[in-house]
Ligand binder design. Structure first.
Ligand code: HEM
Length: 533
């Protein structure tokens, strides 16, 4: 990377030629002399097939839309850079986390999950916080959300969950966070959803601005050093402006007055030079302490309480440039949890494993074939040398042979065996029977929602009670309402009673023997605690 901002340089090389001052042409570069009337027989006669400009113009227009994302369809994005505070070589060999003098270009897309592309910004929903780091060793995508936990533990439930959240199939009336029977039916039958539902009913689900919103990688990942030593890691983004929410009434009013509120806020802040900034922090757990917790680190419905493992800030990200073209960049960007670089690896979190399949799979249809990584926003800044060929939308003119092993050379890249910069999957020892069975260590669905609930101040708890009453109040099925309130009683009886009261249904029975939600005392991870810097 020889340019100060290699991504910007790359974007500039892809920019369409400035058309102003030149004559209008067809796609074939033929100058057009008239574009307001089609070619007809006489002034009132039929349009002629011969009118190639007319046909090309309409055909292109007819194909302007591509499928929106199956989730996270509505989003806004910006370019910027990331710089580490100091070298993280002790934990990871990832090149972009080594040198505080090296700025890595980034593209960040914020999104809502449930609504379509044209939906309002200030709805009660989870927000996506996806970051593409264009590193010197290839693209690294940290595809996170603004909640630290997720609704389900195993990716095989994702289609069920999203079907329950999305609009009703018969009339396309939205359900999701803002109602109704299908979501609450699913929640009441699948208590692993509860922790994230608590976040969803809290004020965290209506951020005031993307600039004032946290981001989380959610899953436990792995850092890997040059020597091959792994450390378990959770990622946190913290906004420099602090975390702020709208209250429900504000959010409702803004939805009516300005459905593009968050989108405009981000755009205008960057355009005026008030660049949003976020700190990247990590919670680090040595591999040997994987089982030191009373929950499973592979369970994405759990946080690691910060009393047990503090968050260490490792760098900062600044967003300082708006995209030039919404479709080309914000719409065509393709994030994927499997886009990792040397020094970052996966764990066996069953939700993460599913995501590692799903993103590429959906992008093959959304972006029309296997060559979308050639789109400017998706292109790595580092050289790309593959034996992948052909396919829809192939832009590269490859030469030479394209297979391996290969004694003829002629353009075929060498395979990186022995290259110290190559990605190598962490060697882990695994054995077990093939089975479909969730680990017993994933079974406690109530301790952490209780921890969350009890961490709230009185007015935050009141907002949550109001949210549960409002959302569950839109659920027609008495059975589903009662079953959900019973689930709440497994977390906190006063909360469940207050919600039942608002819904006009009987208070649930008290649940005996609930787990103590207090986190166990801090682990002795002295080597990781450091000075918190
Ligand atoms: C988008 C699948 C869980 C964050 C998407 C998309 C799919 C998907 C298919 C659309 C991608 C595209 O069209 O480019 C899944 C599956 C999950 C899962 C199968 C669980 C098994 C999660 C979790 C998070 C998350 C746990 C957060 C940690 C995102 C974000 C986007 C997204 C931020 C939007 C990316 C963008 O801005 O383009 N997901 N997802 N997803 N997902 Fe997930």
């Amino acid at each position: 990377m020889t340019h100060k901002d290699p991504k910007q340089y790359q974007r500039d090389t892809h920019r369409a030629a400035d058309p102003s001052g030149g004559a209008l042409t067809t796609d074939q570069g033929v100058t057009v002399d008239h574009t307001d009337d089609s070619l007809t027989v006489g002034e009132r006669g039929p349009t002629l097939m011969e009118d190639f400009h007319f046909r090309e113009k309409l055909t292109h227009f007819d194909h302007e839309r591509i499928p929106e994302r199956v989730v996270h369809a509505r989003g806004s994005a910006a370019y910027g850079y990331f710089e580490p505070y100091r070298s993280c070589a002790e934990f990871t060999r990832a090149a972009f986390l080594q040198d505080p003098d090296v700025r890595t270009p980034v593209f960040v897309r914020f999104s809502t999950v449930q609504g379509p592309r044209g939906s309002a910004d200030t709805v009660r929903d989870v927000r996506g916080f996806a970051t593409k780091f264009y590193t010197s060793e290839g693209n690294y995508d940290l595809v996170g959300n603004n909640f630290p936990v997720f609704f389900i533990q195993d990716g095989i439930k994702f289609p069920d969950f999203v079907h329950a959240v999305k609009p009703e199939p018969h009339n396309e009336v939205p359900t999701g966070a803002s109602a109704h029977d299908t979501l609450w039916d699913f929640v009441s039958l699948q208590p692993e959803t509860l922790h994230t539902i608590f976040w969803l009913m809290s004020d965290r689900a209506i951020p005031r601005s993307f600039r004032m919103m946290q981001g989380f990688g959610v899953h436990t990942f792995r850092f890997v050093t040059a020597e091959g030593r792994a450390t378990l890691v959770k990622f946190h983004w913290t906004p420099k402006l602090g975390v702020h929410s709208l209250v429900w009434d504000e959010a409702q009013e803004i939805q009516g007055r300005d459905p593009d509120y968050h989108r405009k806020d981000l755009w205008e802040a960057i355009a005026s030079g008030a660049y949003p900034e976020y700190e990247l922090g990590v919670q680090l757990v040595p591999e040997e302490d994987e089982f030191a917790f009373d929950f499973d680190l592979l369970d994405p419905t759990k946080i690691i309480p910060e009393e047990q493992v503090p968050v260490r800030p490792i760098g900062r990200m600044v967003l300082n440039r708006n995209p030039d073209n919404f479709f080309a960049e914000t719409e065509q960007v393709a994030f994927h949890t499997a886009n990792v670089v040397p020094g970052i690896d996966f764990t066996d979190d069953p939700l993460l494993q599913a995501r590692n399949f799903s993103y590429l799979d959906t992008q093959l249809i959304r972006l029309g074939g296997p060559n979308f990584s050639q789109l400017p926003v998706n292109q790595p800044v580092d050289a790309v040398r593959t034996n992948q060929r052909d396919g829809h939308g192939q832009h590269a003119i490859h030469t030479g042979t394209n297979y391996t092993p290969n004694s003829l050379g002629g353009g075929c890249p060498a395979v990186g065996g022995g290259d110290p910069s190559a990605f190598r999957h962490l060697r882990t020892h695994l054995e077990g029977q093939k089975l479909r069975k969730r680990s017993a260590s994933f079974e406690d669905h109530y301790t952490q929602p209780a921890l969350f609930w009890r961490s709230m101040s009185g007015w935050e708890q009141r907002h949550m009670v109001d949210a549960f009453r409002f959302e569950l109040g839109k659920c027609d099925s008495r059975q589903v309402r009662a079953r959900t309130v019973d689930q709440l009683a497994h977390v906190d009886h006063e909360l469940a009673t207050a919600v039942a009261d608002g819904l006009g249904i009987a208070a649930p029975d008290r649940v005996d023997g609930l787990p103590d939600p207090r986190p166990s005392p801090a682990l002795s991870l002295e080597n990781l605690r450091g000075d918190g810097s």
